[in-house]
Design a protein around this ligand. Structure first.
Ligand code: CO8
Length: 257
């Protein structure tokens, strides 16, 4: 059997995926994407899933991009198929019904940055480096970067990054809203634990609905998006979670979701 490229650890519904190709700085080749898509296909069916963390093995890189060695000799048709596979996989990550956190522990370039852009959270170590350097290789981002980056940081900064290919440090990534938090690498793990504990401790259906409202609403006009919010808000009153959450408040105790 071929060696696994993604390590999965499941801690009571908080799942951590580690892309494990440290010798190639965790670059995304078609084998990694195939494995990632298969894992996400299984995870999206799980009602006990609370949160997903995704990271890269080693201390140098989250993901240094799509695999340049594999891409080098591709024909336009092969490049299209590779990009389609990546887009489909990354979309699955984006639409997973629970919060997805990118733990960015180093280089986060090209396809790596595009992977992080599909996550709900990005927490970066202070030595992380971000960028869409594709133009330096004679191509453009092909894993969603030209579309998700402007939606995350605005068109001016996205155009700056995708047309110059320049790399930015974690502080600049924080300033432009590409990541949520920056901290020393030694503190990243403890923070991830604290964050997932917090996410997993909240009402699971409420967290899923909150994610759905934000994601689905972003693609709609404001009135339709507000109607979606109202529907999901009302639906929250149909189950036990709302009763427990509000009773706990009134009874001055912690909710038990
Ligand atoms: N693909 C394949 N191998 C890689 C990649 C990559 N993206 N990045 C690093 N590696 C490999 C290196 O080749 C090297 O391997 P070896 O030891 O066998 O020579 C090993 O990882 C370590 O890398 P370096 O020796 O280069 O380490 P440095 O510390 O000197 O540099 C950098 C680190 C700056 C991260 C450097 O490796 C680098 O610039 N990497 C490439 C970054 C990049 O350009 N990424 C974007 C790729 S393109 C993309 O992601 C989207 C394309 C659009 C898809 C279109 C679909 C067809």
């Amino acid at each position: 059997m071929s060696e696994k490229l993604i390590e999965m650890v499941d801690n009571a519904g908080v799942v951590r995926l580690t892309i494990t190709r440290p010798k190639a700085l965790n670059a995304l080749n078609s084998a990694v994407l195939t494995e990632l898509e298969a894992l996400l296909t299984e995870l999206e069916k799980r009602s006990d899933l609370r949160a997903l963390l995704i990271t890269g093995a080693g201390e140098k890189a989250f993901v240094a991009g799509a695999d340049i060695t594999e891409m080098r000799t591709k024909t336009p048709e092969e490049a299209r198929a590779f990009a389609s596979q990546a887009l489909r996989t990354i979309k699955r990550l984006e639409t997973l019904p629970v919060p997805v956190v990118a733990l960015v522990n180093g280089f986060c370039l090209g396809g790596g940055c595009e992977l992080a852009l599909a996550c709900d959270w990005a927490v970066a170590s202070d030595n992380a480096i971000f960028g869409q350097p594709e133009v330096l290789l004679g191509v453009i981002p092909g894993f969603g970067g030209t579309q998700r980056l402007p939606r995350r940081v605005g068109p001016a900064m996205a155009l700056d990054l995708v047309t110059t290919g320049r790399k930015i440090d974690a502080q600049e990534a924080l300033r432009i809203g590409l990541v949520n938090r920056v901290m020393p690498q030694a503190e990243l793990e403890a923070y991830a634990e604290e964050l997932t504990k917090q996410l997993a401790g909240n009402g699971p259906l409420a967290v899923r609905s909150a994610k759905q409202a934000v994601h689905d609403g972003m693609d709609q006009d404001l009135d339709s998006a507000l109607a979606l919010e109202t529907s999901l808000f009302a639906l929250g009153f149909a189950g036990s979670e709302q009763k427990e959450g509000m009773s706990a408040f009134v009874e001055k105790r912690k909710p038990n979701f």
